[in-house]
Design a protein around this ligand. Structure first.
Ligand code: AMP
Ligand code: GLY
Length: 422
C-alpha cells in the first residue's frame, strides 16, 4: 500500500516508524516530514495545513491510505476533503475534530453528558469575564476557546493574574481569534495522565497510559512547553482507575459524539487529572499526543496499519490492539531558549549503536547534514523491562547526541519512579 502521513514532528516520525513495520506498507510519504523523517519516508514539501495541495498530491500519487496526524489539518477538514475523493483516512472528520478545536464545545459536551470535568463558565464578552474573575475562587484556569499551539491555557494563581489573563486573551488577542471566547474553570489538583485511544465510534480501545512533562525545567519549573519528555505506562493509572475511566469517561464520550451526530474515528486523546474526587477530563485532543506517541507506539506489539485501516472502516476490534508489559521513556532535546526565542541551524550528530530510538521533530537536511530547525529538536526513546532501566538507557543515548545548542530535562520519569516505589 502507498501511505501518506500528514505532519512533520516527532509524533509523525514515531507513527511512520510504527507503520513501516507493517508488511502491507510498501511506500510511505510524509507531508512535509522533516530532515530526520527523511531516513524513513519520502518527504514532500507540502505544508500540513495546505489541504488543497495535500488532496492533489494524494490523487496524483494514487495514495491508498492517509494518516492525518496534527490538530490543525484535522480541525480544518483534511479528512473530509480526502474522503471526498475516495481516499480512506485515519483521523476524525471536521465535525468530530471540534472536540479539540473548541474548548467551549468540549466543555458543553461533558456537561450535557455528565462526563466528569472541572466546573466552568463560558464568556464571550471581556466585561462579563472580568466581572466574574473579580469574585471567583482563586486559583482559576483561563482557556482560549480555539487552537493556540498548546499555549492557550493560563493558570492564574492570584486575582491579578486572572484579570491579566482575561485581558491578554480577550482584549490583546494574545492567541489571536481563538481567544474571542474563553472558558474560565475551576482549578483541579492531582497527578495528570494521558490516555490515547483508538475509536471507530463502535468501540473505544485505550492504548497504554503515559505521563507528559510539560514544563521546560527540572522539577516542573519554568515555562510550559509542548512536552519535554514522557514515560509509559503511567504508574498513577492503576487498573481500578482505568476501569473507572472506561465506564465514566471513555465510553460516555464516544456515545456522546455519536448522539451529537459527530462520530469520532481516529485517535481520541484523553488528558486526565486524577483528583481527590476521581478522574476528570482536563482536555480532549483529536489526535495522537506529542511526545506521548514516542513512548506509546514503541510499546505496541500489533500492526498499527491494520488498526488504522480497521478504525477507518468502523471494524476496530480489541484483539488488533496489544501492548507489551514493558516500560518506555522519551527524553526531548530542545534548542536552548525554547519555548521562547532560540537559534537553530546547528548540526545534529546522532550516536550509532545505542539501545534507543530517535524521533526527529525540528530538523532539516542541508548538504547531507542534519541541522536543528525548531524548538523541540528530537526525542530519544528507550524501552526496558523496568522504568528505571528505560530512563537510564534513554539518558545514556541522549547524552551522546551532539548538538551544540541543545538542552534537555534531567528528571524525565523521576516522579513516576517515586510513585512506583510507594
Ligand atoms: P491543556 O492545554 O488544556 O492541556 O492545559 C495545559 C495544562 O494546564 C494541563 O496539562 C494542566 O497541567 C493544566 N490545566 C488545565 N486545566 C486545568 C485545571 N482545570 N486545573 C488545573 N490545571 C489545569
Ligand atoms: N503532549 C501534549 C499534547 O500532545 O497535547
Amino acid at each position: 500500500m502507498k501511505i501518506m502521513v500528514v505532519g512533520g514532528g516527532g509524533r509523525e516520525h514515531a507513527i511512520i516508524k510504527a507503520l513501516k513495520k507493517s508488511p502491507k506498507a510498501e511506500k510511505i510519504y510524509a507531508l512535509p516530514g522533516n530532515g530526520g523523517i527523511a531516513a524513513d519516508a519520502e518527504c514532500v514539501a507540502i505544508g500540513a495545513k495546505d489541504i488543497d495541495k495535500i488532496v492533489e498530491f494524494a490523487k496524483s500519487n494514487a495514495i491508498d491510505f492517509a494518516v492525518v496526524a496534527p490538530d490543525d489539518p484535522l480541525v480544518l477538514g483534511a479528512v473530509d476533503a480526502l474522503e471526498e475523493i475516495g481516499i480512506p483516512c485515519f483521523g476524525p472528520r471536521k465535525n468530530a475534530a471540534i472536540i479539540e478545536g473548541s474548548k467551549v464545545f468540549s466543555k458543553n459536551l461533558m456537561k450535557k453528558y455528565n462526563i466528569p470535568t472541572a466546573e466552568y463558565e463560558v464568556f464571550e464578552s471581556s466585561e462579563d469575564a472580568l466581572k466574574y474573575v473579580e469574585s471567583c475562587k482563586i486559583p482559576v484556569v483561563i482557556k482560549a476557546d480555539g487552537l493556540a499551539l498548546g499555549k492557550g491555557v493560563i493558570i492564574a494563581m492570584t486575582r491579578e493574574e486572572a484579570v491579566d489573563a482575561v485581558k491578554s486573551i480577550m482584549l490583546e488577542k494574545a492567541f489571536g481569534e481563538s481567544g474571542s471566547k474563553i472558558v474560565v474553570e475551576e482549578f483541579l489538583t492531582g497527578p495528570e495522565v494521558s490516555v490515547l485511544s483508538f475509536t471507530d465510534g463502535n468501540v473505544v480501545i485505550p492504548m497504554i497510559s503515559s505521563m507528559d512533562h510539560k514544563r521546560a525545567g527540572d522539577n516542573d519549573t519554568g515555562l510550559n512547553t509542548g512536552g519535554m519528555g514522557t514515560v509509559a505506562p503511567n504508574p498513577y493509572y492503576t487498573d481500578a482507575i482505568a476501569a473507572e475511566c472506561m465506564e465514566k469517561i471513555f465510553i460516555h464520550t464516544m456515545n456522546a459524539m455519536n448522539a451529537e451526530g459527530r462520530t469520532f474515528k481516529g485517535c481520541l486523546y484523553f488528558g486526565l487529572m486524577l483528583t481527590p474526587d476521581g478522574p476528570k477530563v482536563i482536555e480532549y485532543n483529536c489526535r495522537f499526543g506529542d511526545p506521548e506517541t514516542q513512548v506509546v507506539l514503541p510499546l505496541l506489539e500489533t500492526d498499527l496499519l491494520e488498526i488504522m485501516i480497521a478504525t477507518s472502516k468502523g471494524e476496530l476490534k480489541e484483539d488488533l490492539v496489544k501492548f507489551g508489559n514493558k516500560h518506555a521513556c522519551c527524553v526531548i532535546t530542545a534548542s536552548k531558549g525554547y519555548p521562547q526565542k532560540y537559534e537553530s541551524g546547528f548540526e545534529i550528530t546522532l550516536p550509532q549503536g545505542t539501545d534507543a530510538d530517535f524521533y526527529v521533530a525540528g530538523a532539516k537536511l542541508e548538504g547531507g547534514k542534519l541541522l536543528s530547525a525548531g524548538g523541540r529538536v528530537l526525542g530519544t526513546t528507550a524501552i526496558a523491562d523496568t522504568l528505571e532501566e528505560a530512563i537510564e538507557k534513554a539518558y545514556t543515548a541522549t547524552k551522546q547526541i551532539k548538538l551544540e545548542n541543545g538542552y534537555y530535562r534531567n528528571d524525565i520519569g523521576q516522579r513516576a519512579r517515586l510513585a512506583l516505589k510507594k
